[in-house]
Structure formats: structure tokens, C-alpha cells
Design a protein around this ligand. Structure first.
Ligand SMILES: [Zn+2]
Length: 116
């Protein structure tokens, strides 16, 4: 499952980001930015994340996911637009030489540690 790899990657980065001086750290919320092109299913990611993070400071953490729209730039006429489907042809000049500006994001923007 694609989401299992993503969840593992996110969990690894989050665990590394926990400051070393925190005693018994527990992450309450993890904020993610996920591009639509990353093709991540939220429910699957949450499911995998829950399995992977068992018995770690990330156990029970809530995933707050921001979905990043796919933005595309036409190299021929520099028209910029947002894509909702898999069509990657410029609507202005019908050229196919398009560049993807955003939508591939898979990143952690921040996280909240629980306070005891
Ligand atoms: Zn164009």
C-alpha cells in the first residue's frame, strides 16, 4: 500500500523533529500538507499511521491534513491554472508542454506536543 510508505516517512520525520530535551514526549497533532498528485487517501494514511506509530510518542496523534491543489503552468503561453482532473493540456492554447507548480507536496508543516 502506497500510504504505508508515506505514513512511515512522515512518522520518521516527526520523531526526528521532537526536541531531545522533552521528557516523555507525546505528539498531539501533526499538520501535513499533501498535494492532490501525491494520491494519498486520507483514511488509508490515518490507518497506516496508527499502526506504525503504536508504542511511539506519535501514538494517538491526530493528523491534520491540508490538501494542496494541483497548479500547472503552460510553457508555451505562460497561462497558469488549477487542475481538478488528470487533464494536463493548456486550456488557453491547447499546448501540452505544461509544468507542474504544485500538487506533489508531502510534508509536515508543524506538530503539537502534548503538555503534561
Ligand atoms: Zn498555453
Amino acid at each position: 500500500m502506497h500510504e504505508m510508505g508515506v505514513a512511515r516517512q512522515m512518522a520518521d520525520i516527526a520523531l526526528e523533529s521532537i526536541p531531545g530535551n522533552v521528557v516523555n514526549p507525546r505528539v498531539e497533532k501533526l499538520y501535513l500538507r499533501i498535494g492532490k498528485l501525491a494520491a494519498v487517501v486520507k483514511e488509508s494514511l490515518e490507518f497506516c499511521f496508527e499502526i506504525i506509530t503504536r508504542d511511539t510518542p506519535l501514538e494517538g496523534a491526530e493528523l491534520v491534513i491540508e490538501s494542496v491543489p494541483v497548479k500547472v503552468l503552460c510553457r508555451a503561453c505562460f497561462h497558469e491554472w488549477q487542475v481538478d482532473g488528470p487533464v494536463f493540456t493548456c486550456p488557453a492554447c491547447k499546448d501540452g508542454a505544461v509544468e507542474i507548480l504544485s500538487g506533489r507536496e508531502l510534508e509536515i508543516t508543524s506538530m503539537e506536543l502534548a503538555e503534561d
